[in-house]
Design a protein around this ligand. Structure first.
Ligand SMILES: Cc1cc2nc3c(=O)[nH]c(=O)nc-3n(C[C@H](O)[C@H](O)[C@H](O)COP(=O)(O)OP(=O)(O)OC[C@H]3O[C@@H](n4cnc5c(N)ncnc54)[C@H](O)[C@@H]3O)c2cc1C
Length: 115
């Protein structure tokens, strides 16, 4: 398929995860109260506005059961990793090791393969 075509559900998902995990990766370790609130609102709105109806509904339910932990970069990245793993489970995909989430999305793998 050409690169300038509308996204299907998987392409949209892959690119959305890139944005969401990268946002969590660059979130500060000591956020202001305002930033915490903004980030929580952002994820709540993803659950309402994400342009795939079943994805948005299930995401909103996940957030309801376990609200975003916006207290720090590490907490937010771990929370988002947990959410993504819930969706991986639903889709029969392998689980990601959340202890390595900053290697994947912020620092690069410890083996130097991203350097
Ligand atoms: C909010 C949201 C809800 C979605 N809901 C649905 C749905 O209900 N039904 C549906 O069919 N699709 C859904 N998707 C799309 C689905 O999650 C995948 O994006 C899509 O199937 C493409 O999968 P992929 O194999 O390319 O890898 P993706 O799941 O897109 O993952 C991209 C990369 O993220 C990394 N990764 C994987 N798991 C984790 C994790 N737990 N933490 C950190 N990094 C990780 C891996 O390196 C992987 O290559 C949703 C996407 C989003 C963003």
């Amino acid at each position: 398929m050409a690169h300038d075509c509308p996204l299907d559900k998987d392409q949209l998902g892959f690119h959305s995860w890139n944005l969401l995990h990268t946002m969590a990766a660059y979130y500060p370790e000591n956020p202001s109260e305002r930033l915490k609130q903004d980030m929580e609102t952002f994820f709540l709105l993803i659950g309402r506005l994400y342009p795939c109806e079943t994805c948005a509904r299930d995401f909103a339910q996940l957030i309801d059961s376990k609200p975003p932990d916006t207290s720090s970069q590490s907490a937010l990245s771990r929370w988002l990793c947990w959410v993504h793993n819930q969706i991986n489970t639903k889709l029969g995909k392998p689980l990601f090791d959340c202890s390595r989430v900053n290697e994947r999305w912020r620092d690069g793998w410890n083996d130097g393969s991203c350097d």
